[in-house]
Write a new protein. Structure first.
Length: 436
């Protein structure tokens, strides 16, 4: 089945929603119905849409995925492979369903980490206030479909002035082929609060499946949120993710996105400045090969004065893989003294690798400091010559330079065990053998 400009594929994805139609509170049921209405008015994107012209989803549309009706069987030992020792709290979702047996909840004053379907009255009030308010249902078909299936999901609420030092691990496991799963995350940091959460997508299914994920982050005044998004789906998977962030006066949001898996992956990151003096740090790395396609679309909206943002996105592209980066920074009228910088750095390690990169600045204020830039190329000849002159073989020198290029993003992640794990993965995926 190939979709061009109609809702045929959305109709397929929406089949089975009656399984959750009557679940949850009245406001949640109303939200789901609202999402269905919007989904029926929207169309799935094609390469005819400007924002998707480099990312052909035809292979996805040929797969009539159905929503997972129950979770697959996943052993604790399989999940423990992905454990983060620093994390005191871990929520695990298997095929979109919360698994209490695989999760670990640590009591902590001022911190609530719970499954959406099990929220208490106070946490439900937080969810009702913010859920589907930051990520607009009416703008994106995949967000609307995700919202139509709202049932289980991770809700993180950090109370006013509460500082949570240990990272919170949200692990989403896909175990069934031919299924569509809908992970949902809501993180709310109240005034002056601080937290770090890791959003981790892993695949165990022996075949193709779809992950349609939506994450919403609310950063109140003077709050600080650090967010690590790690995508390591199976090579035949499809991963479509939408992350929406709203930051109030003096709020800080830092994110590190690492894309390793999936046949086709797309991440839409939207950050909105909702008050003066905010600070945003956006790092990303895509490490792909074979015939993978990884697409990162980001938008940072400076709508108030004294905002600061820094973005560094890197790709390492091998085989016949294709990486896409489109980063838009908007400085609205009145957002004076905005300080924003954006860099796209892309390394091609094969002759068939392909990158499309488009950093964008739109400035409507006159007292700002903004810059952007992009590079696409292979390993620098001078750097290669220097290492070879120090006794390294050509292969060893290329391996070292490729690793160093990718490690710049990974080493900034504020979770040491995850840094160690990812550095090992980068070493394994960027190393080539010496010729016989």
């Amino acid at each position: 089945m190939l979709v061009e400009s109609h809702n045929e594929y959305l109709d397929t994805l929406l089949q089975g929603r009656e399984a959750v139609a009557d679940a949850g509170s009245s406001w949640l049921r109303k939200l789901r119905m609202h999402a269905v209405e919007h989904a029926n008015e929207l169309t799935v994107p094609t390469i005819r849409d400007e924002e998707w012209r480099f990312t052909d989803l035809s292979p996805l549309y040929r797969n009539p995925f159905r929503p997972a009706v129950n979770p697959g069987i996943v052993e604790k030992s399989q999940v423990d492979v992905f454990a983060i020792p620093e994390a005191e709290t871990r929520l695990v979702f298997v095929d979109g369903y919360y698994s209490a047996d695989l999760s670990h909840l640590h009591a902590n004053d001022g911190l609530t980490v719970v499954n959406l379907a099990d929220v208490s009255r106070s946490a439900e009030a937080v969810a009702e206030t913010h859920l589907a308010k930051i990520a607009a249902i009416g703008d994106d078909a995949f967000t609307a479909v995700n919202s139509a299936f709202l049932r289980d999901g991770a809700v993180v609420h950090v109370a006013r002035e509460r500082i949570v030092n240990a990272p919170i691990h949200l692990l989403f496991v896909a175990s069934r082929k031919d299924s569509a799963i809908y992970p949902r995350v809501l993180v709310v940091a109240e005034t002056g609060a601080q937290c770090t959460f890791v959003e981790d997508f892993v695949g165990m299914a022996d075949g193709a499946y779809l992950t349609d994920a939506v994450t919403e982050v609310y950063v109140a005044a003077n709050a600080r949120v650090s967010h690590v998004k790690l995508q390591r789906e199976t090579p035949s998977a499809f991963h479509i993710a939408n992350t929406s962030v709203s930051a109030r006066r003096g709020g800080s949001y830092a994110t590190w996105t690492v894309a390793l898996g999936a046949r086709i992956s797309r991440h839409n990151l939207s950050i909105a400045q909702a008050g003066e003096g905010t600070e945003f740090s956006v790092d990303g790395l895509a490490l792909i090969s074979g015939r993978q396609l990884s697409d990162m679309h980001s938008s940072i909206d400076h709508a108030h004065a004294h905002g600061r943002s820094r973005q560094l996105h890197k790709t390492v592209v091998g085989g016949a893989a294709h990486a896409v980066f489109n980063g838009k920074i908007l400085v609205r009228q009145g957002a004076q003294q905005t300080d924003s910088g954006q860099q796209s750095r892309n390394l091609l390690i094969s002759d068939k690798a392909h990158v499309d990169t488009k950093p964008q600045l739109e400035i409507f204020a006159d007292d700002v400091k903004c810059a952007h830039g992009a590079t696409v190329g292979q390993i620098e000849a001078d750097e290669l010559f220097y290492l070879k002159s120090r006794g390294l073989s050509d292969t060893a020198a290329r391996n070292l330079l490729t690793y160093a290029f990718a490690a710049q993003v990974i080493e900034r992640i504020p979770v040491k065990s995850l840094v160690d794990q990812l550095e090992k993965t980068v070493l394994e995926q960027t190393q080539t053998r010496e010729p016989a």
